[in-house]
Write a protein that binds this ligand. Structure first.
Ligand code: GDP
Length: 452
């Protein structure tokens, strides 16, 4: 997500290594590199200037004061300043005291408004809310149909309303639909109404006037600007234009799973004053996460994001199965191919292997893992699962019986090769051996080692 910026920043810190103290000279040198790293990651120029100035002032101020090495000092200052520009705390989501609270989704066409509306509805439902969706894009029937599909896939209520297909529609219809939807939400006991609005390819007066009228009519508790992170500085500029007119309450950065350089994330809050509230990280409804500035900075600084990883594990993993696996791994007893397959499935539930590896710190014991993520072949996991699926129950319980002809049958059944089946069996056997070595009397010791 922020690999580029992260890599470049760390390179600029490396050059400070081996230097005894922070001097005006080496601070300037480091700042030059940091400046370049930020600009290359598409951070807004004004934001870069402010950041660099703050870092310079702090770095010069702490020259003598501390036992930290120069690199550590600079890393800490950059870390603190990045947290500062992103906002110290996770932004709160506002609700109106009189339900339904209205969330107005704003943004350009294609930014991800409709997808995000569905993701947001799902996220709110998880938090115990009853959201309703409505699309007031009276200009594009396809857009309204798209939201209806999103509502169906996420199991969310939707107000579809009526529009005569033979007439052209305008702002009056937009306002009518919005008003009806708010009433409908109240009647159905929905406490939140998410309003997906018409997007345009660029900012035009008509669109802006319509948004202003919607705001006046609905008195929304949140106006979320949806920005496509891939569009970099354009996203920042349109965020500014929307904010000038509507006073947005927050931003959602979508497509953070793509190769966006991340600069938009660092610029939007500084330019608009509105915090980033969520990140979109994929096309599926659950590829969505609240924006925690400190965790994002941790990722940028190469320290990974263990907090999010643990949260994801907590949410997605089956505790009973995980404990069962841990027990077998620690005692080295009864670890079958069935357990191997279950373990793969559990890991898959947490997201792609790539996304998991990328959350590990790039320093310390996990060094190199995040980089290795680039080379992970996700299809490999499905192939392994297919191989185990093609075995009989008996084979899964006792791998020793899988002889040459069985291997051939399994390869054919799973659409793989005998060599792949052999590889898998070898991996499984190595893993079992490793567990047995750890276990068999050493189990408790191994456990103690892990806990100490
Ligand atoms: P709208 O015109 O603003 O309503 O945009 P849509 O919701 O229709 O999204 C435009 C395209 O972006 C669709 O193909 C979505 O699947 C895709 N999209 C939206 N959010 C994300 C995201 O976070 N990651 C990725 N990879 N694609 C996204």
């Amino acid at each position: 997500m922020f690999e580029n910026l992260s890599e470049k920043l760390q390179r600029s810190f490396k050059n400070l290594r081996g230097q005894g103290t922070l001097t005006e000279e080496n601070i300037s040198e480091a700042l030059r590199e940091i400046r370049l790293a930020l600009l290359e990651s598409d951070v807004n120029l004004d934001v870069v200037k402010q950041l660099i100035e703050q870092i310079r002032i702090k770095a010069l101020g702490t020259q003598v004061a501390t036992a930290l090495s120069p690199t550590e000092q600079i890393v800490k200052i950059v870390n603190d300043e990045l947290v500062n520009i992103l906002g110290k705390d996770t932004a709160r989501f506002k609700f109106s005291s009189q339900p339904p609270s209205v969330i107005l989704m704003a943004g350009l066409q294609g930014s991800g408004k409709t997808t995000t509306s569905g993701k947001l509805a799902q996220w709110l439902k998880k938090g115990g809310h009853r959201p309703m969706l409505v699309s007031v894009d009276v200009y594009r029937p396809a857009a309204r149909e798209q939201l209806a599909v999103v509502a169906r896939t996420t199991g969310t209520s939707i107000y579809e309303g009526k529009l005569d297909p033979d007439t052209t529609h305008g702002t009056a219809d937009v306002l009518r639909l919005a008003k009806e939807a708010k009433r409908d939400a109240a009647n159905f006991g929905c406490d939140i109404l998410i309003v997906d609005t018409a997007g345009r390819l660029g900012i035009d007066k008509e669109l802006m006037d319509e948004m202003a009228e919607l705001k006046k009519l609905l008195n929304p508790s949140e106006i979320l600007f949806v920005a496509d992170a891939m569009t970099g500085q354009d996203a920042v500029n349109s965020a500014k234009a929307f904010n000038d007119l509507l006073a947005i309450t927050g931003a959602v950065l979508t497509k953070m799973d793509g190769d966006a350089r991340g600069g938009a994330a660092l610029s939007i809050r500084q330019v608009t004053g509105a915090p980033i509230k969520f990140l979109g990280t994929g096309e599926k409804p659950d590829a969505f996460e609240p924006f925690h500035p400190d965790r994002i900075v941790s990722r940028i600084m190469g320290m990974g994001d263990i907090a999010t990883l643990l949260e994801r594990a907590e949410e997605k993993l089956d505790r009973g199965k995980a404990e069962n696996f841990a027990k077998k791994a620690l005692t080295g007893e009864g670890f079958t191919l069935e357990d191997f397959r279950e373990q793969l499935r559990q890991i898959k539930k947490m997201g792609s292997m790539k996304s998991i590896l990328k959350m590990l710190p790039s320093v310390g014991p996990f060094a190199g893992m995040a980089q290795a993520a680039e080379n992970v072949d996700e299809s490999q996991f499905s192939r392994i699962e297919n191989i185990i699926n093609s075995m009989t129950n008996k084979e899964r319980q006792n791998a020793d019986i899988i002889n040459g002809s069985r291997r051939k049958r399994i390869a054919t059944g799973s659409g793989t090769t005998v060599q792949e089946v052999n590889n898998l069996l070898r991996q499984y056997s190595q893993m079992s051996k490793m567990f047995k070595n750890m276990g068999g009397g050493g189990g408790i010791k191994a456990q103690q080692r892990m806990m100490s």
